[in-house]
Design a protein around this ligand. Structure first.
Ligand SMILES: *Cc1c(COP(=O)(O)O)cnc(C)c1O
Length: 396
């Protein structure tokens, strides 16, 4: 049903096959070379931007270590991610505490470790930051309405109305903090580039009004993530995002462009992963059913949570591709009927598919390896491997 070459080159596939041939399923193999290329491409497309890798997308040590060596900064959401990143010798001035939902004692912990950049979107959190992280730079996340065109929306829960952002930045100054900038996230896998235009316009309004009315000169716009990986539904290429977004910035700010931060997660790591699963059973619910149920050993609870509501649609290939295919419903191995990946979206798989055959889920590098339950029904979290540039197994 899918053409593997559209997603993975012949040489990468060959290296993957050599690397993975003896691994137990389910597993996900992260190709570090792909992440490196995506990072370099992003830097080339946005030469003026500071990149803060959103660690949650694929938090493995080999990934964080390699991105640190390439010069990335890090967007961190918890003290646990912070501990990991600091343990690799990464300096706290390369870290932003980007989660607006945090305990006062976690703010304190970050401050004690040397972090001085914090996101916020509420009064209570701002007061905590002022008390536990005095003098730090704060940026306020604004709400953007862009859920319809993002495959994995991140709005509603985070951000505040621009009017409130205005008040928070004034209050930040009054509390002795440094009002640093505005952030937004237009939604993950955002396929409508125009969403950045609306968000940048809101940021511009805040830059202007805060300066004119309060004498507060902001420094930074953090444009979040939202850049695409390659799934089934087409999206524009990164270069198109970059040229459009740069034009929006030029239109609004001309030569006065503020410091720009990007927080990519999915676009750096999504294409780097291949998940291998094994077919457990193929069955039909009655003798004349047109669709087969394909149960296999990867599911919602061990790596495929982004199939919730069939949001992210991964390309899937098998070793029997090329012959006759039929429609299937794809499900995971657990005793929970939520553990169905695709039912509305009609995937087709080879007619002769049977238990023991492997499925390869392409573009599964983002939000799989750590986005999983722990031993639901006894099934362990998915095992993640990191493949280096020469096909070697990178363990840390
Ligand atoms: C998850 C997250 C990101 C990464 O978003 P992608 O769409 O995966 O690139 C960036 N910033 C923040 C604050 C996030 O929570």
């Amino acid at each position: 049903m899918f053409n593997r070459q559209d997603y993975v080159s012949d040489s990468d596939w060959q290296r993957y096959m050599d690397f993975s041939k003896d691994l137990e399923t389910p597993n996900v193999v992260i190709n570090l070379h792909t992440i490196k290329m995506n990072f370099l491409q992003l830097k080339k497309s946005f030469p003026y931007a500071h990149i803060y890798y959103a660690v949650k997308a694929c938090p493995g040590i080999p990934v964080v270590r390699m991105l640190a060596e390439l010069g990335s900064n890090f967007d961190i959401a918890s003290r646990y991610e912070l501990d990991e990143v600091l343990s690799l010798g990464i300096s706290p001035d390369r870290i932003s505490y980007g989660n607006t939902i945090k305990k006062a004692r976690d703010v304190k912990y970050f401050y004690e470790k040397g972090v001085r950049m914090f996101a916020t979107d509420s009064k209570e959190d701002l007061k905590n930051i002022a008390r536990e992280a005095p003098g730090s730079r704060v940026y306020v996340r604004i709400l953007v309405e862009s859920t319809a065109t993002a495959d994995w929306p991140l709005s509603r829960k985070f951000g505040c109305h621009p009017d409130m952002a205005y008040d928070l930045l004034v209050q930040a100054r009054d509390l002795g903090l440094t009002p640093y900038g505005i952030s937004f996230h237009v939604g993950s896998q955002q396929r409508d580039i125009g969403q950045w235009n609306d968000a940048i316009a809101k940021a511009k309004y805040l830059f202007t009004s805060l300066e004119e009315e309060e004498g507060i000169k902001l420094t930074m716009i953090n444009m979040g993530g939202g850049f695409p990986a390659h799934y089934i539904q087409p999206s524009n290429e990164l270069d198109d995002y970059a040229s459009e977004i740069t034009r929006y910035l030029d239109d609004d700010f001309a030569e006065d462009r503020p410091m720009i931060v990007l927080e990519p997660g999915r676009s750096l790591t999504g294409d780097s992963g291949i998940m291998a699963s094994e077919v457990v059973l193929v069955s039909r619910k009655n003798n004349t059913a047109l669709q087969r149920w394909v149960y296999q050993d990867a599911g919602k609870f061990n790596g495929l949570i982004e199939t919730m509501d069939e949001s992210i649609k991964y390309p899937i290939i098998t070793e029997k591709d090329g012959g006759k295919e039929g429609e299937v419903i794809l499900a995971g191995p657990t005793c929970d009927s939520a553990d169905i990946m695709y039912e509305d979206k009609k995937y087709t798989l080879p007619i002769d598919l049977k238990s023991g055959d492997k499925l390869y889920w392409l573009s599964t590098g983002a939000y799989t390896s750590s986005y999983a339950s722990v031993y639901f029904n006894g099934f362990p979290p998915i095992k993640t491997y990191y493949m280096g540039e020469n096909g070697e197994n990178v363990t840390e």
